[in-house]
Design a protein around this ligand. Structure first.
Ligand code: NAD
Length: 499
C-alpha cells in the first residue's frame, strides 16, 4: 500500500468525520450494508451532533456472519500458531501505525479526552493483540503420568465460532481484549462493539483485512443489544459468549446461553471501594485517588466510586481531595488541557444527573460538582458533568449500592479494619478494591477478606496482562487475561493411553 493509499484507507479529518458517515459490517472479509438497510444514528457526545450512521444489524446479518465463520473455521483452526502469531502481530503493528486516527475516532465517538485515547486506549488495543500473538506460541498441553499404568495428555482445541460483545467505555481496548485471545486460540469470531461507540472497531475491521486475516475468521457486526447482540448469543452455532457490559444485560445473556450450555465469560458492573488508612503514603494516595475516581469521566468499571477513609484523617482528606478535584478542567475532548471530557451519551448524561438528584434526596451533601457543564464554543450542547463528591450517605442507600458509572464518588468514614471491610463488602458487586496503607500485614488481611476479584494495594489500574481479570458476586463469572482467556476459548479433551 502506498503512503497516499494508506492515508485514504484510514484517514480522519479532525473536525470532519464525513468519511465514516456510513460505517459497514465486516462479514466474510467484505464490507457490507445491513440486510435490513436500516441504520442507527451515531452521535458525538461532546457536541450532541449526529456525525454518522451505523448498521442496524439483525438475525439475518448474524446468520451471514455465522456462515462466513463456518467456512473459515476448518483452515483457521488448524493453522500453525506461528501463522496466527504473524497475523495478530501485524494487526498490532497497524494499530500502532494508525494511533492518531484511531484515537481521534475513539474520542469523537466516546467523548473522552484525545490525550487519553492516545496514551491508554489505543496503545492497550495493540498490546492486547501483541500479548496473545506471543501467548499462543507458548500455550502448551498438560500431561499426567499414572506411574506404570497410563499417560494422560490434555488437548486444548478451539471451540469453533464464538461471540464477543463489548461496551462503550473503553471501546477498542475491551473489544480487542476478547477478540485477540479468541483468534489466537484458533476460533472464528462474531464480534459486536457497542452501538454507542462503533467507529474504532470499524477501523479495526479495515486493519484486519490489511493485515491478511483470512476472510470469515473475524466478522464484526454493528447494531444494538436486544436485536443484534441477542441474535449472536442465541445462535446455536455460536459455542461461547465473552461479554463485557452491564449486570442487567449479563443476566439476560446468561438466561439465553445457559440452557444451550454455552461457555460464558461475563465481565459486569462494579461499585468499587477505595479504602484509605491513616498510615498511607499521602501524596501518592491523593494523586491516585483523583485518577481512580474520575478517569474517563468515572466510566471505568474499575473506578473507585466509594471512598472509605479512616476517621482520623477524614476531614484532612476531604479538604485536600476537593482542592484537587477543583483543578480538573472539564471541556472539549480535543483540547490537551481538558482533564475531563463528555460522558458517552444523552441517555447516560440524564441517568448520571438523576443519580445525583437521588443522592440529594437520600440526604447526601454535595461537596463539589453536581451539575451539568456547558463549555463555550462547539461543545456548548455536549454532555458534560462536573466531577462530583458527595458525603453523608450510609452503606444502605441507593447511591452507595447501585452503579452510577459516571464522575460521581461518595465519601464515608470508618473506624476500624472490620468496619472498613463491612462497608467495602456491603454491595452486591465485587469487581475491584483498592487499599492504601503502609502496613503490609494490614493490607494482606484486607486483601484476604475483601469480596472482589481484583485488589490493588497502594496503586490502581496497574495491569499485568498475564493476571486473571474479573469479578465476584454480581460483577461477573469467569476470568479474562493470561492463560485464563486461552483456556476459556478452548475445550479441554483428555486422552488416556494405557501403557
Ligand atoms: P450494556 O450492557 O448496555 O451493553 C454492553 C454491550 O452489550 C453492548 O454492545 C450492547 O449492545 C450489548 N447488549 C446489551 N443488551 C444485550 C443483550 N440483551 N444481549 C446481547 N447483547 C446486549 O453496557 P454498557 O452501557 O455498554 O457499558 C457499561 C457497563 O459495562 C457498566 O455496567 C460497566 O460496569 C460495565 N463494564 C464492565 C467491565 C468489566 O470488566 N467488568 C468493563 C467495562 C464496562
Amino acid at each position: 500500500m502506498t503512503p497516499a493509499a494508506a492515508q485514504d484507507f484510514l484517514s480522519l479529518d479532525t473536525m470532519n468525520l464525513s468519511n465514516y458517515a456510513y460505517i459497514q459490517n465486516y462479514i466474510g472479509g467484505d464490507f457490507c450494508e445491513p440486510r435490513s438497510k436500516t441504520y442507527l444514528d451515531n452521535i458525538n457526545p461532546a457536541t450532541a451532533e449526529k456525525f454518522g450512521q451505523i448498521p442496524n444489524s439483525n438475525q439475518d446479518d448474524v446468520n451471514d456472519a455465522v456462515a462466513a465463520a463456518k467456512k473459515a473455521f476448518p483452515a483457521w483452526s488448524v493453522s500453525k500458531p506461528e501463522e496466527r502469531f504473524r497475523i495478530l502481530n501485524r494487526i498490532a503493528d497497524l494499530i500502532d501505525e494508525h494511533l492518531e486516527e484511531l484515537a481521534l475516532a475513539e474520542s469523537t465517538d466516546n467523548g473522552k479526552p484525545l490525550w487519553l485515547s492516545k496514551r491508554v486506549d489505543i496503545p492497550r488495543a495493540s498490546s492486547n493483540f501483541r500479548f496473545y500473538a506471543t501467548a499462543i506460541l507458548h500455550f502448551s498441553t498438560e500431561s499426567h503420568v499414572m506411574e506404570d499404568k497410563a499417560i494422560n495428555y490434555t488437548m486444548r482445541q478451539p471451540l469453533g465460532i464464538v461471540g464477543c460483545i463489548s461496551p462503550w467505555n473503553l471501546p477498542l481496548y475491551l473489544f480487542t481484549w476478547k477478540i485477540a485471545p479468541a483468534l489466537a486460540a484458533g476460533n472464528c469470531v462474531i464480534a459486536k462493539p457497542s452501538e454507542v461507540t462503533p467507529l474504532s472497531s470499524f477501523l479495526l475491521s479495515k486493519i484486519c483485512k490489511e493485515a491478511g486475516l483470512p476472510a470469515g475468521v473475524l466478522n464484526i457486526l454493528h447494531g444494538d443489544g436486544p436485536q443484534c447482540g441477542s441474535a449472536i448469543v442465541a445462535h446455536p452455532e455460536v459455542k461461547a459468549i465473552s461479554f463485557t457490559g452491564s449486570t442487567r444485560a449479563g443476566a439476560q445473556i446468561a438466561s439465553i446461553a445457559a440452557p444451550q450450555f454455552k461457555k460464558l465469560s461475563l465481565e459486569l458492573g462494579g461499585k468499587n471501594p477505595n479504602i484509605i488508612f491513616a498510615d498511607c503514603d499521602w501524596e501518592k494516595m491523593l494523586r491516585t485517588t483523583v485518577q481512580s475516581s474520575f478517569s474517563n469521566q468515572g466510566q471505568i468499571c474499575l473506578c473507585g466510586s466509594r471512598i472509605l477513609i479512616e476517621r482520623s484523617i477524614y476531614e484532612k482528606f476531604k479538604a485536600a481531595f476537593i482542592e484537587k478535584v477543583q483543578q480538573l478542567k472539564v471541556g472539549d475532548p480535543m483540547e490537551e488541557s481538558s482533564k475531563q471530557g463528555a460522558v458517552v451519551s444523552n441517555l447516560h448524561y440524564e441517568k448520571i444527573l438523576n443519580c445525583i438528584r437521588i443522592a440529594e434526596e437520600e440526604g447526601g451533601k454535595i461537596l463539589i460538582g453536581g451539575k451539568a457543564v456547558h463549555p463555550e464554543g462547539r461543545c456548548a450542547n455536549g454532555y458534560f458533568i462536573e466531577p462530583t463528591v458527595i458525603e453523608g450517605l450510609g452503606p444502605q442507600c441507593k447511591t452507595n449500592r447501585e452503579e452510577i458509572f459516571g464522575p460521581v464518588v461518595t465519601l464515608q468514614p470508618f473506624d476500624t479494619e472490620a468496619h472498613a471491610l463491612e462497608l467495602a463488602n456491603s454491595t452486591d458487586y465485587g469487581l475491584a478494591a483498592t487499599v492504601w496503607t503502609q502496613d503490609i500485614s494490614k493490607a494482606n488481611r484486607m486483601a484476604v477478606q475483601l469480596q472482589a476479584g481484583i485488589v490493588w494495594i497502594n496503586c490502581w489500574l496497574l495491569r499485568d496482562l498475564r493476571t486473571p481479570f474479573g469479578g465476584v458476586k454480581n460483577s461477573g463469572v469467569g476470568r479474562e487475561g493470561g492463560w485464563d482467556a486461552l483456556r476459556f476459548f478452548t475445550e479441554a479433551k483428555n486422552v488416556c493411553i494405557e501403557i
